[in-house]
Design a protein around this ligand. Structure first.
Ligand code: THG
Length: 367
């Protein structure tokens, strides 16, 4: 097995020392930064995530910061989700689209103040698109990547652990809201959010210097809670239907194809650069869409390329993420299915590198 050679282009994070000390076994690259994929094994990590609490180095969820009088206007140019009702202290999951309605990213937008936002990005170089819009439209806004690194605390015991480090009031933070909490004399954004369905928080660590002190404080405080280093878990996120940009969708897809129509208010999202294009496609409706996909039979290999979905000799879609689920005793998967075969219960075949396996298309995900 080859290794990924490390260099300055492949950025470490403020928590990398802790991740290595915890025995990380696998990495991927995300926003040009290291993202752990496995500690003990994907299955062991999965069971532990559902039973205890994990601390995740998700510093690779980089922030695009918008600061200035036109920050709100620029934010609305980026997304078809109507942001007018959004208050400081809220987080919104927002599709970001280009002028054709193609998905450029699916970040969490964090509204710090009327004139200050963080866009917590998935794996694409969104900064350049945002800077280009700000410059091209002569907006009065500063756009850059601040020294902010999210650290996620996920799992059923996340509240207990967080209360020990940040105080009991952290329990009062509601889903997709955030508050400001002190650590080592610094005020940090702590949101109830995260890339799992097990519940938990994300700490937006401002200033890399307090990364390891915070990592160590969480590990120390959670010993009797069986806290362990973890990472976004492939099996758990597929069960939960959490999409992965670059895997499950690309700029070739509209939000509607991605099942993100519920996060679009295209009629009222005035200023969104993709608005006209999306109004057109939304009227017709998509002709293919993301679905939960069950792959019957043996455990599938890692999905490192799209696997065709076939109805006889007809191509009807593709699988883009897949894993064996111990809890559901089947392969769980995410894919894009043409409308002729996207109804719940539809039976087709998937062609994996190991052969052909039977598939059932589902309307909803597993959790
Ligand atoms: N947290 C933060 N930044 C991120 C991610 C994150 N950036 C990268 C990546 N993850 C962006 N993608 C997602 C995908 C799904 C969700 C968040 C970010 C998510 N979805 C929930 C769901 O679909 O059930 C809730 C959506 C909602 O109801 O608003 O959480 O995880 N900071």
């Amino acid at each position: 097995m080859a290794v990924i050679s490390l260099s300055r282009r492949l950025r470490r994070t403020p928590f990398s020392d802790g991740v290595e000390a915890a025995g990380v076994k696998g990495y991927t690259v995300y926003n040009h930064m290291l993202l752990p994929t496995m500690f003990r094994s994907i299955e062991e990590d999965y069971r532990h995530l559902k039973a205890a609490v994990q601390v995740w180095d998700v510093a690779c969820e980089r922030q695009v910061e918008l600061r200035g009088p036109d920050a709100g206007r620029l934010m609305q140019m980026l997304t078809p989700r109507d942001l007018r009702g959004m208050m400081p202290g809220q987080c919104f999951y927002v599709p970001i689209v280009d002028e054709t309605g193609g998905m450029l990213n699916d970040p969490v937008a964090v509204k710090l103040a009327e004139d200050r936002w963080w866009i917590s990005i998935a794996d694409s170089d969104l900064l350049y698109w945002v800077k280009g819009l700000a410059y091209g439209f002569r907006l009065d806004v500063l756009v850059d990547e601040p020294d902010v690194s999210p650290l996620a605390v996920q799992g059923p015991k996340a509240d207990a652990l967080m209360a020990r480090v940040f105080g009991d009031s952290v329990r009062d933070v509601r889903f997709f809201r955030f508050g400001w909490f002190d650590f080592h004399g610094r005020s940090l954004v702590v949101a109830r959010s995260g890339y799992s369905k097990q519940g938990g928080f994300e700490i937006y660590v401002e200033g890399g210097d307090i990364g390891m002190p915070l990592w160590n404080a969480l590990m120390e405080a959670g010993k009797d809670l069986d806290v362990h280093a973890g990472c976004p878990n492939l099996i758990e996120r597929i069960e939960g239907g959490l999409l992965s940009y670059g895997n499950d969708m690309t700029a070739a897809n509209t939000p509607h194809e991605c099942g993100l129509g519920r996060f679009c208010n295209t009629h009222t999202a005035i200023g969104c650069v993709g608005r006209d294009a999306l109004l057109r496609v939304a009227k017709e409706g998509p002709v293919k869409q993301i679905r939960a996909i069950e792959i019957h039979g043996d455990a599938v290999p890692p999905c490192d390329r799209a696997w065709p979905l076939m109805a006889g000799d007809r191509y009807v879609g593709r699988v883009t993420s897949a894993a064996w689920s111990p809890d559901f005793a089947t392969n769980v998967a995410i894919g894009m299915v043409k409308m002729t075969h996207w109804d719940a219960g539809s039976e087709v075949d998937v062609v994996t590198p190991k052969g052909v396996q039977a598939v059932t298309v589902h309307e909803t995900f597993w959790s």
